[in-house]
Design a protein around this ligand. Structure first.
Ligand SMILES: Nc1ncnc2c1ncn2[C@@H]1O[C@H](COP(=O)(O)OP(=O)(O)OP(=O)(O)O)[C@@H](O)[C@H]1O
Ligand SMILES: [Mg+2]
Length: 272
């Protein structure tokens, strides 16, 4: 973990990257935005709560580096700090996932406070980071609800395709419900349009529809469909390490700047 900047208040902002729809760019956004925020000198932790473990793989962690995972943390078998691993990007740490996490839903079923588990177990980590990004699975089950119940904000990646709006209203309703029942501070911090293809009229139409429905909550920055983005995970690298000059890396760097400007507040750049 990197040292906090002297004199700066640590923010420990917890942000869920969520959409119940599969394959819309949640993991890609959590990893590459996380890396871009770290390159903008923020202390960033990515928590992989998807049993698929795609973010963990994308960040280059092999099986040996997942022996202690978010699963152990959630079941309170270990403390969160000892499960955190550094990545190849300075300032970006990861709390890895394992496939066993898929059993968590059943294992926690009898706990009356099961929706608050994630908030409780990650609390000790907050002071060590400016931003904690939580990569959610493609469902609105217990794991995603835990992330929403703990979060200050939600980022919703949305693929520029025909059914995008349908999926959007479902996640917006869920966020509203969690805000009412568990977490009054929760707000949608932004909608990220992903896999945008400028040669495709449908991409433009979807982007326009989402903007008219959600207004200023949609980021100006749009993530293009970019082959380097889709190649980077198999090399175990964020796109910034894989090909810093590609359109995808540039777009995520823009998104990081836009997001930080949107958050406002003091400059929390870490010392190194
Ligand atoms: N901008 C992009 N350009 C090209 N390919 C992309 C882009 N964004 C994501 N992809 C690819 O699309 C696929 C789905 O992306 P990703 O895994 O990020 O979605 P997800 O929402 O996390 O999926 P799941 O719901 O399964 O967790 C991946 O193969 C990824 O590499
Ligand atoms: Mg994913």
């Amino acid at each position: 973990m990197s040292e906090p900047v002297q004199g700066a208040e640590p923010a420990g902002r917890l942000v869920a990257v969520a959409n119940q729809k599969g394959g819309v760019g949640k993991t890609t956004t959590a990893v590459n935005l996380g890396a871009a925020l770290a390159e903008a000198k923020r202390r960033v932790l990515l928590v992989d709560i998807d049993p698929q473990g795609n973010a963990t793989t994308h960040l280059g962690l092999g099986q040996a580096q997942r022996r202690v995972s978010f699963y152990d943390v959630l079941l309170q078998r270990t403390d969160a700090r000892s499960a955190v691993q550094a990545t190849a990007i300075a300032g970006l740490d990861v709390l890895p996932s394992v496939v066993d996490l898929s059993a968590a839903e059943v294992e926690l079923a009898r706990d009356p406070e099961r929706n608050q588990r994630l908030a409780r177990v990650l609390e000790p980590l907050r002071a060590g980071y400016d931003l904690i990004l939580v990569d959610c699975p493609p469902s609105l089950g217990l794991l995603t609800v835990n992330a929403l119940a703990a979060a200050d904000g939600v980022l919703i990646p949305l693929q520029c395709e025909f059914f995008a709006l349908e999926g959007l209203s479902m996640i917006v309703r869920t966020v509203d419900r969690v805000r009412r029942m568990n977490n009054s501070k929760l707000r949608i911090e932004g909608i990220v349009l992903t896999m945008y293809d400028r040669r495709n009229n449908l991409s433009d139409q979807v982007a326009a529809d989402v903007r008219s429905f959600m207004g200023a909550r949609v980021f100006e920055t749009v993530i293009p469909r970019n082959v380097r983005i889709s190649e980077a995970p198999s090399h175990g690298q964020p796109v910034q390490l894989y090909d810093v000059q590609c359109a995808g890396a540039i777009a995520y760097a823009h998104l990081a700047r836009e997001y930080l400007a949107r958050l406002g507040g003091p400059d929390r750049r870490r010392a190194a």
